[in-house]
Design a protein around this ligand. Structure first.
Ligand SMILES: [Zn+2]
Length: 90
């Protein structure tokens, strides 16, 4: 059996500095990747869209209008979302 990591390599995680803040214009921009809500990671500054299913799993909520997910760590800088919570878009 071929080792997936040996074949494809391993992606490097982003550095996690912490205390980063999202730019309001970034949060107000229309979603463009087919997601239901955007997330921002204060750890690495990643800002991507989540599907409704993924966001519901993280938050046990399905009301995402005019909100975004703020978290202290994400899959880009760690292994999982840390402290995800809904915040109103400014
Ligand atoms: Zn992150």
């Amino acid at each position: 059996m071929i080792d997936k990591v040996a074949l494809l390599g391993k992606t490097k995680k982003l550095p996690k500095s912490g205390s980063l803040k999202p730019h309001p214009a970034l949060l107000r921009a229309p979603l463009s990747q087919g997601g239901a809500i955007r997330y921002f990671c204060t750890g690495c500054g990643s800002c991507y869209e989540l599907t409704a299913e993924g966001a519901s799993e993280l938050l046990s909520s399905s009301s995402f209008a005019h909100k975004y997910v703020l978290c202290d760590g994400c899959i880009m800088c760690g292994d999982k979302f840390e402290n995800p919570h809904l915040v109103a878009v400014p």
